[in-house]
Design a protein around this ligand. Structure first.
Ligand SMILES: [Zn+2]
Length: 385
């Protein structure tokens, strides 16, 4: 993307806007938006909507009953001539409960901006707004309609937003996800494991541990044997992990327990492995004679395979190189809304948001001088996809 008519290039222009970007981030962080507090998320959503209206975007509020409302901002600089669309994804909710701001206020120190949600991912929301400003300032208009979708429940599994995301993704040529970048060098995420939760419930038969243990069927023992079995399915080098994370069962030590359960976190790098793993779980049979098993759950976020990000990553890398930035890539175990768009076969690039550290921790912060660079990168992608 070359600036014409002696105008500043987007990165030059954005560097001159660094203080304004930081100030807007302060306003965003100041509006707390815990996933579980609808009123708070809605209040923040109104601020986000206001910023998009200011930029001439057509804003639609997608009302939700229990969760915060989602905000859809459509920016269509060429009017209705744009036939195809690009989807930019982000979430407005944070993991921090209301009141966190009092002990963790927005503050600037040594080139970093601190505060709840600054990194995950209010910084990303700021980056999107200024990317649009930069394109307007440079007179470089995307040929496609750009749909910015800001959701309210990513941190709690995207229950109300998944269908909306998938609907938009189906008519999009690409999905750009403004989740935090990885590491101090700001790597983008070109792959994510799929993940899910599987529950194994064992039913045995109760008996007295001293008088007639032979009449009992020990459900805890059954669960323990099943855990040993499924733990053998771990293949870390292939990206398959099976982690028994919660176990419950039994009543008293002198009673053969009738009930026990385990909840297992499952992750896989490949969609085929995910499906195979799910089948294996649902085919589990009892090991102890007379025991019964029930299997519930499965994968809820499919993997984002690298091939789905490869083209966009190559483009982003070239754009970054023009700014003298070496843009690295990373494969991560955690999931995001990018998993949904990738699963539909839509080219997806994740981790395009802020550069920082300490997501979900009291130290959460972003690197201020990376804000203009990330906005320039997004602007470049929007105008060339
Ligand atoms: Zn996030």
């Amino acid at each position: 993307m070359k600036a014409s008519n002696g105008k500043l290039s987007p990165i030059e222009w954005l560097r001159s806007r660094e203080a304004a970007m930081t100030q807007l981030l302060g306003e965003f962080v100041g509006a707390e938006s815990s996933s579980l507090e609808k009123a708070a998320v809605d209040r923040f959503g109104k601020i986000v909507a206001r910023e998009w209206r200011r930029r001439g975007a057509e804003v639609t509020i997608l009302p939700q009953r229990e969760r915060g409302d989602h905000v859809r901002a459509e920016w269509n600089p060429l009017g209705n001539r744009a036939k195809r669309q690009v989807l930019v994804l982000g979430h407005m909710d944070t993991v921090y409960e209301l009141g966190t701001l009092a002990r963790m206020p927005f503050r600037l120190s040594k080139g970093r901006a601190y505060g709840p949600g600054a990194f995950d991912m209010k910084g990303g929301l700021v980056i999107a707004l200024f990317a649009v400003d930069a394109l307007v300032a440079a007179g470089v208009m995307p040929e496609k309609r750009i749909v910015f979708l800001w959701t309210s429940d990513e941190e709690i599994g995207s229950g109300t937003s998944q269908a909306v995301i998938e609907r938009e993704a189906r008519s999009s040529d690409a999905a750009l996800v403004l989740e935090p970048a990885l590491g101090p060098d700001g790597r983008v995420k070109t792959g994510r494991k799929g993940l899910g939760e599987i529950e194994i419930i064992a039913k045995g038969r109760t008996a007295h541990a001293g008088l007639n243990p032979e009449d009992g069927i020990n459900a805890i023992e059954e669960i323990a044997l099943q855990i040993a079995r499924v733990s053998g399915w771990n293949q870390p080098r292939r990206g398959i992990t099976v982690n028994a994370g919660v176990v419950e069962g039994g009543t008293r030590t002198n009673v053969v327990p009738e009930h026990a359960r385990v909840v297992i976190d499952v992750r896989a790098t490949r969609a085929a492995d995910m499906r195979a793993l799910e089948r294996k779980f649902h085919a589990l049979r009892p090991i102890l004679r007379g025991a019964k098993l029930e299997i519930r759950g499965g994968f809820n976020r499919p993997p984002m395979e690298r091939k789905i990000a490869a083209g966009l990553y190559a483009k982003a890398r070239t754009l970054a190189k023009e700014m003298d930035i070496n843009l690295g890539e990373a494969f991560v175990g955690g999931g995001s809304d990018g998993n949904f768009t990738a699963a539909l076969g839509v080219p997806t690039l994740d981790g395009l948001g802020a550069v920082g550290e300490g997501a979900h921790s009291p130290d959460e912060n972003i690197l201020i001088r990376a804000l203009p660079e990330r906005a320039a990168l997004l602007a470049g992608l929007l105008s060339t996809i």
